[in-house]
Design a protein around this ligand. Structure first.
Ligand code: PLP
Length: 285
């Protein structure tokens, strides 16, 4: 395997950044994950757009021109011969003597790109089965709209889910409303067949997969409401699912040990998963 680190393609086993990288010391950095599907990278323009937004919110410069970043994404996918899998990009504020203040102007941001293959058959099997999710009190900082590498709350919430038989955590805010998953956006389908997901401006990451699914819902003429839904409403839903580049559309069949609907992946989630890639921007590598 090959990784890209600050201008060089290096063997993955030797890929490293300095111990004084601010990503390592302060989680002072941002990232993106794009799906690679059938030899194509999914929604690169949208991911780079969001990367640019995350960088600008934290006042980190682009490590190089956006087109160059795009080129490197393609190179890393190609050099690793990934047909189905993920490509990961991380940009941090760079390497500098440990100090909370921003480093001097001349310090360049660090950039790392890695890619790895995944097994499409295993993913399909997981989607056919559905996943269990476990609720968790929302305890993250309010700027979850920025895709930072500061993911410790997400790590703890997801580990808790795992220890309770789940694959994902659903954060629940102080008013009892689901915000989003540990690494996914959260959706339900009500008994009346209405799709519900929380507005992007209200304490969640604006998922790229979420945006694509919203487009699809409109194309398919499904009814939806962008509003918060409570944990209680989710228990009572006909279906639930999560969305992310890492799992596309993944049906949720259990929430805190209780079955959702009939306990099987729902027809809406299954349909959205089937047609998902028709609504994406696909770049051949
Ligand atoms: N919410 C959180 C907290 C995430 O970490 C992610 C993805 O990693 C998502 C939502 C889904 O975003 P996307 O669809 O862009 O992968």
């Amino acid at each position: 395997r090959i990784a890209y680190v600050n201008g060089q393609y290096v063997p993955h086993a030797d890929a490293a950044v300095h111990v004084e990288d601010r990503g390592y010391q302060f989680a002072d950095g941002v990232y993106e994950v794009c799906e690679v599907w059938q030899g194509k990278i999914v929604d690169v323009p949208r991911h780079l757009e969001r990367l640019g937004r995350s960088l600008s919110e934290l006042r980190i410069d682009w490590p190089m021109a956006r087109k160059a970043v795009e080129f490197v994404l393609h190179q890393v996918v190609r050099r690793n011969r990934v047909r189905n899998g993920l490509v990961y990009i991380q940009v941090t504020r760079g390497v500098s003597k440990r100090d909370h203040f921003f480093p001097p102007e001349h310090v360049a941001p660090s950039i790392v790109v890695t890619a790895r293959s995944s097994n499409p058959k295993a993913a399909a099997a997981q989607a056919a089965e559905g996943i269990a999710v476990v609720s968790y009190p929302e305890n993250r900082w309010p700027r979850v709209d920025i895709k930072t590498v500061a993911l410790l709350p997400n790590v703890l919430a997801k580990q808790n889910a795992k220890e309770h038989g789940g694959k994902e955590a659903w954060y629940v805010d102080a008013d009892g409303y689901v915000t989003e998953g540990g690494s996914t956006n959260a959706w339900i389908v009500t008994k009346d067949g209405v799709l519900v997901t929380r507005p992007a401006e209200s304490g969640i990451l604006r998922g790229i997969t979420r945006t694509v699914v919203l487009d699809l819902i409109q194309k398919e003429g499904l009814t939806f409401e962008e509003r918060p839904f409570s944990l209680e409403e989710a228990f009572d839903a006909k279906e639930a699912f999560v969305t992310a580049a890492t799992s596309v559309v993944m049906p949720v069949i259990r929430l805190d040990g209780k079955l959702i609907g009939n306990g099987h992946p729902g027809s809406v989630a299954t349909r959205l998963r089937e047609v998902f890639h028709t609504a994406t921007d696909l770049q051949a590598v």
